[in-house]
Write a protein that binds this ligand. Structure first.
Ligand SMILES: CC(C)(COP(=O)(O)OP(=O)(O)OC[C@H]1O[C@@H](n2cnc3c(N)ncnc32)[C@H](O)[C@@H]1OP(=O)(O)O)[C@@H](O)C(=O)NCCC(=O)NCCS
Length: 168
């Protein structure tokens, strides 16, 4: 379903794990007659920002099967994942990137707002980065530690320390 939703070329590789176990994915889904029709996940990882470690939770793989879009399923699944991300107590920061056109959708679904920050996949000079990809960034401090460091994220490039080719 994700393969269809994201219009990936070719056949999906069903043997491939959807999320690396290290990311401790929390998955949310809607089924209709046993068929997956909407999906969202929260992925977690540690990042180091200006010498401090923060646990980062990211909304990821939000998708509704193409023929059922426009009926609120996306908002429902994104709202469930957003509520969990904010409320689970695991994460210092919520952060993810998305197409700028989807900001109203994420604002409605989870109250997310665009932030003045750039997400960078890793330290490689050719690393994927939200500004080069033309993506908007959502970054919200959740814990006291992150709120105290909020100013340090403003206008900053945040290194996600992800393997090559991976992005959030
Ligand atoms: C984004 C997505 C999950 C929305 O699912 P949905 O069930 O259609 O969402 P809802 O019915 O709750 O909301 C639809 C609203 O989102 C908007 N929307 C959906 N996709 C959009 C896009 N790519 N760009 C801008 N707005 C978009 C619609 O215009 C609509 O807004 P409106 O109510 O003001 O007309 C679905 O379009 C999808 O699976 N897209 C492909 C995967 C994807 O891009 N995921 C997001 C990755 S960051």
């Amino acid at each position: 379903m994700l393969h269809l939703a994201y219009q990936c070329e070719g056949e999906p590789d069903l043997d491939e794990a959807l999320h690396r176990p290290e990311l401790e994915a929390q998955s949310f889904y809607l089924l209709e007659d046993g068929r997956l029709i909407a999906y969202a996940s929260v992925l977690g990882k540690a990042i180091v920002h200006q010498g401090s470690v923060f646990s980062l939770g990211s909304l990821s793989c939000v998708a509704v099967c193409p023929e059922l879009r426009g009926h609120g399923l996306g908002e429902r699944i994104a709202a469930a994942a957003s509520d969990w991300l904010r409320g689970c107590g695991r994460y210092d920061i919520a952060a993810f990137s998305c197409d700028a056109g989807l900001l109203p959708f994420y604002r409605r679904s989870g109250g997310w707002e665009a932030a003045d920050a750039v997400l960078v996949a890793n330290e490689d000079e050719n690393a994927l980065r939200s500004d080069k990809l033309g993506k908007a960034v959502v970054l919200e401090p959740l814990s006291e530690q992150a709120r105290a460091a909020e100013a340090s994220f403003r206008g900053a490039a945040v290194n996600l320390d992800l393997p090559p080719g991976e992005f959030i």
